[in-house]
Design a protein around this ligand. Structure first.
Ligand code: 2BA
Length: 109
C-alpha cells in the first residue's frame, strides 16, 4: 500500500477529488498554505494499492494545471544600493507536488 500526498492548487482540488472518487479511490482534502507564496493551497491524501500508482498519478496530472503567479519581492540591501522598493516576480506553480510513502498498515477501527 502507498500513501499519495499531493499538494495542488485550490482551483484544481475539487476536480481532482471528484475524479479520484469517480474511480473508486478514497481521498481526503486538507486546506494548506504554501510557505513561499503564503497562499492557500490544498493537500490531497489517498491510500492506494501499489498497482494503482500509475493510474492515480495520471489522474493527478490530468486535473492539475501549471499557472503563473505574481509575487512582490524585496531586493537584498547592498552597499551600492539602499533601494528596498518591492518589485514583481513571476513564479510557476504546479501542476502538483507529489510525495509517495509506503504504508505499513491501514486500520478502520
Ligand atoms: P509555495 O511554497 O507557496 O510555492 C509556490 C511556488 O513558488 C512553487 O511552486 C515554486 O514555483 C515557487 N517557489 C517556492 N519556493 C521558492 C523559492 N525558494 N525560490 C523561488 N521560487 C520558489 P511549486 O514548486 O509548484 O510548489 C507548489 C506548492 O507545493 C508550494 O507552495 C508548497 O506548498 C508545496 N511544495 C513544493 N515543494 C515542496 C517541498 N519540497 N516540500 C513541501 N512542500 C512543497
Amino acid at each position: 500500500m502507498l500513501l499519495i500526498l499531493a499538494i495542488v492548487q485550490n482551483q484544481d482540488a475539487g476536480g481532482l477529488l471528484d475524479s479520484l472518487i469517480a474511480r473508486d479511490y478514497r481521498a481526503t482534502r486538507i486546506q494548506t498554505v504554501g510557505g513561499f507564496l503564503q497562499e492557500g493551497n490544498a493537500t490531497v491524501l489517498a491510500v492506494i494499492e501499489n498497482r494503482q500508482l500509475a493510474d492515480a498519478l495520471g489522474i493527478i496530472q490530468a486535473n492539475c494545471h501549471t499557472r503563473q503567479h505574481h509575487v512582490n519581492a524585496i531586493p537584498a540591501l547592498s552597499e551600492a544600493s539602499m533601494l528596498t522598493t518591492p518589485y514583481p516576480i513571476e513564479v510557476e506553480v504546479g501542476g502538483a507536488t507529489v510525495f509517495v510513502f509506503d504504508v505499513v498498515r491501514l486500520e478502520r477501527i
